[in-house]
Ligand binder design. Structure first.
Ligand code: NDP
Length: 289
């Protein structure tokens, strides 16, 4: 049969980054360099790769990054003190603490400590609340990147039935809020959902974020649906694969994000966009005061 249209995250991320380069150069003319501080505690392998990628992309755009690496045995209070120092530093526009954190540190305490106006990940409860009230201030990067696909490819959201598989704080829940804000009818599913595949088959829009390779196959998808594959899993051969069995879903879906080259590059691009937005906001606040 016919194949799904690929939603090209690499291409779209490049476009976003080019727009940002221009914005950063405008800011620099006003004497402001957007600055993102990334804190990494411990030596988690995957986290090191993510942090490296974030630095590389920031550099391409002209965003200044500062890398703060703390030992695995860092005490929670030390990290809290560091965040409080960065909150007060006017040259810092975005603060990101790479998760997961070592066991002795309560991630929720850390999220709560970051100033909402510098919370580039959109994880602070205040920002989560604003998002749910349809007045977003800072959006979690992965859902923000997914929304951008719909805008770029002119895929309507209003009145569509969106089914989300997964309810994490970083993907599923904020994704649901964002789609609801754009007038979709939203169903959130998770590990306790009964007859999950009956629901996915009714989805005009299917967003899969659970971390299980090949979980969704063509038989679970409504013909013509928009399918967003958020998963990043390593298969037995060490290859990066999503949560969607791509070759079988390709035959049924109307639109599909590939892995790699779909949601991943957009997540990083949105992190950069948020950092630049915060830097722009700091200029505007300065003028008012
Ligand atoms: P979490 O592990 O935090 O959450 C997984 C969610 O999936 C939970 O809500 C869980 O349900 C649900 N789930 C697990 N198994 C099933 C099942 N059999 N049926 C239905 N629901 C199930 O994962 P994340 O949201 O952090 O990440 C999900 C995936 O997306 C991962 O592969 C991750 O690597 C990837 N990811 C990719 C990003 C990107 O930029 N491309 C960014 C962030 C994540 P319950 O709540 O009931 O336990």
């Amino acid at each position: 049969g016919e194949m799904a249209v690929k939603l090209d995250g690499k291409k779209l991320a490049t476009k976003v980054k080019q727009d940002l380069e221009q914005k950063v150069s405008n800011l620099k003319q006003k004497g402001i360099t957007p600055k993102l501080v990334v804190i990494l505690v411990g030596s988690d392998e995957a986290s090191q790769v993510y942090v490296r990628n974030k630095h590389r992309v920031a550099q391409q755009i002209g965003i200044e990054t500062q890398d703060i690496r703390l030992p695995e045995n860092t005490a929670e209070i030390e990290l809290l003190q560091l965040i409080s120092k960065l909150n007060a530093d006017d040259t810092v526009h975005g603060i990101l603490v790479q998760l997961p954190l070592p066991k002795q540190i309560d991630a929720e305490q850390i999220t709560d400590a970051i100033a909402p106006a510098k919370d580039v990940d959109g994880f602070h409860p205040q920002n989560v609340g604003h998002l749910f009230m349809n007045d977003p201030r800072s959006l979690p990067c992965t859902p923000a990147g997914i929304l951008r696909f719909f805008q770029e490819y002119h895929l309507p959201l209003a009145g569509k039935h969106a089914v989300i598989v997964g309810r994490s704080n970083i993907v599923g829940r904020p994704m649901a809020a964002l789609l609801l804000n754009h007038d979709a009818t939203v169903t959130i599913t998770h590990s306790k959902t009964k007859n999950l595949r009956q629901l996915t088959r009714q989805a005009d829009i299917l967003i899969v974020a659970i971390g299980k390779a090949d979980f969704i196959t063509g038989a679970d998808v409504k013909p013509g649906a928009v399918v967003i594959d958020v998963g990043m899993n390593r298969n037995a051969a060490g290859k990066l694969v999503g949560d969607v069995a791509q070759s079988s879903v390709d035959q049924v879906a109307g639109f599909l994000t590939p892995v790699p080259g779909g949601v991943g590059p957009m997540t990083i691009a949105m992190l950069m966009e948020q950092t630049v937005k915060f830097a722009e906001r700091s200029v505007n606040c300065g003028r008012k005061n």
